[in-house]
Ligand binder design. Sequence first.
Ligand code: ADP
Ligand code: MG
Length: 462
Amino acid sequence: MRSANEIWEAALGELQIKISKPNYNTWLKETTGISYQNGTFVISAPNIFVAEWLNARLRSLAAKTLAGIIGGDVDVQFVVHGPEQNESGGLVCNWQTDGGLSSKIKKMRLNPKYTFDNFIVGHSNRLIHAAAKGVAETPGHIYNPLFIYGGTGVGKTHLLHAIGHAAIANGFQVICISAEQFTNEFILAIRESKTEEFRNRFRGAQLLLLDDIHFIDGKEQTQECVFHTFNALYNASRQIVMTSDRPPQVILSLDDRLRSRFQSGLIVNIEPPDLETRLVILQAKVKQHKLKIPDEVLRLLARELKRNVRELEGGLTQLVAYAKLTGASLDHEIAAKVLAELLVPDDYKKTTSPDFIMRTVANYFGIPTEEISGRKRDRRTTHARQIAIYLMREESQHTLSQIGKQLSGRDHSTVLHSYEKIAKQINTDAHLQEQVSKIQQQLHTTEPPHNKMKSGRRSQKL
Ligand code: ADP
Ligand code: MG
């Protein structure tokens, strides 16, 4: 019997192919399956806005997809889940409660699966694995700070939590927090005039593990707070470990003092795993989940799914789900079929013309299309232009320079800056999510015929 979340994960695998990537990332990425009882499948969404949107737009597609997997009619409900349940299943950090600690920080969880034991070491991560073990044993002494960077799904968070588990086992006090959560807590502290108390909480840690530090890019006040926290800990020989999707020198608007602090320790890049490591990772996952899959099939998956470990895990989950769904045996043929679906390149899904995107965005904001490509810099036009850039990157095949050319010859870095601004903000700003989603609806429903996908299955964008 599979858990509701396992079933939902399998459904997500299929939905990822059925709807456009931006829609998937905006609405579905953060959802989890909670329960399946009396024909109703309950799925948790991160906030009320997302839950309402999903109930209005995606309920029937989700129900159909789930029905295919479960093998019977299903009613679907998207709900917002309380923080208590969201945090379940993890370990409490070994943080000495001092009464003044906010309940959120006290409750920081480490994923129990993200341990050194479960981390497969290969050519691409040998150095960082050794460094991570080192800081968990003798924090603050060898590599401080330890800055881990790499693309998505390569194991940064896994390693960070592994350091946390090992350090706790070694009797150290650990705080593990994402840069986003750090920022949210900090903003709350400012609102309640408790910034000093906030800083003191962090200063007591022997190890501070900060996930996705690139999040503070462009957030001046948070950077100031990170800087002071960093200095206080560093001067007291406490260990700081950070993960990021890019090296410190590429975090665009990072305060110079902070950048040089980040660069003063060890900076290590985790690369996507090589073929041999990918195969070992798959074999380990198969063993962990007590699955029976021929080595030949695993080899095929390892050969084709190259980008990162998350993709590798996703492929395995989808393969198992597909085999269960169709009753087929897990052989080479089924694996090839699943891979053919998985390996539709992102670029293939991008078919909307930039002109059409500009017209649609201009129309949405009620401004002439020329102003999107022009030089006007009032707030409304700038915002519309940034959204147009974001959508041109997500939905068309244009490169950054080509997008720049379309916009009166703006350069590559200006375009990238606008894109990153929206890409980041869209994760936290419900109003922006709504604007972008409405424009996408228009793009996908009124797209001129010559822009539409040829294959029926792939054109099922929302
Ligand atoms: P990142 O933080 O770099 O985006 P994660 O740490 O979330 O990536 O890893 C993505 C998934 O891949 C997780 O389920 C993680 O357990 C798994 N994973 C990554 N690297 C390894 C590894 N070397 N061995 C085993 N599992 C791994
Ligand atoms: Mg991560």
